[in-house]
Design a protein. Sequence first.
Length: 348
Amino acid sequence: MARAGGRGMGRGWGWLWLAPAVLVAALFFGTAVGETRIPLATVIEVLAVKAGLSSAALDPIDASVIWHYRLSRAVVAACGGASLALSGLILQALLRNPLAEPYLLGISAGASTGAVLIAVAGVGGGLVGMSAGAFAGALTAFALVAGLAHAAGGGSGLRGAGVIILAGIAGSQMFNALTALIIAQSASAEQARGIMFWLLGNLSGVRWPDTGLALPVAALGLAVTLWHARALDAFTFGAEAAAALGIDLRRTQAVLIGTAALVTAVMVSIAGAIGFVGLVVPHAMRFLVGTRHARLVPATALAGAVFLVLSDVVSRIVIPGQVLPIGVITALVGAPAFAVVMVRGRQR
């Protein structure tokens, strides 16, 4: 039986067996739909040949678009959506703040600054990758925002939520300004245009090699979060409750915050800063499956993956002949959701 607050699918684990089918359907949809119209039969034929189930002759252009562009893009979008949704779920539980998510707390902005320092300014002399730079930037941003919120007297409740969001806005603005300064000083005009588009969230340059980083990091994030599901349940009642249950607060917080920063940093290094996924998806899944993290974690990962794949499809077809940054689509969904969460928090 689901815990109080769970509804619909929350009544048990019966929904879980549908997860692979839902994910495969989303990936197929992301592969079949795009800027140019390709017959569904052609899509199926290309996938069958690539899977070794058919030996039919393929049009090389259609095969390249479907396999190398659309499917790889859909896979990375799914990994990114799952990662960002889990990051939001972790932050909301640890901070006991319904508005916490990597974009609003400045973690994505810090990761962007770290990635740009490596890619544009050449920090590290080629020995440090973009993902490592983004990870360092994400951790720095979180430390800064947490310290600022603590200094401002942030706590639980509506006031605490407001303080940490204000701290996140301040951190985001500072790191965004640093990113703009680095680009202005070190990037050519052509580089600057590409980077600014990438910073809004862009999957256009994603190919199969990117999945070699996105897939294992998303799997690691899911495994670590699932392993700490009981601890996350305890943290939702406060650090004191978690300590009373014998949870090592420092170690657990360090592991979970590091995980949230890592998955966010990797996604930013691949596709730029994509906002509101970590806010919208966890709240939607709490409504559907309840608040117990043993169910909430896999549901959030699945929903995040599907949400970002569908958002990417919309970004490619909403304006004919033009691809929008995926962050624009997630913001159009996330901004109203942000307002709803704020109003509900005030009513409580």
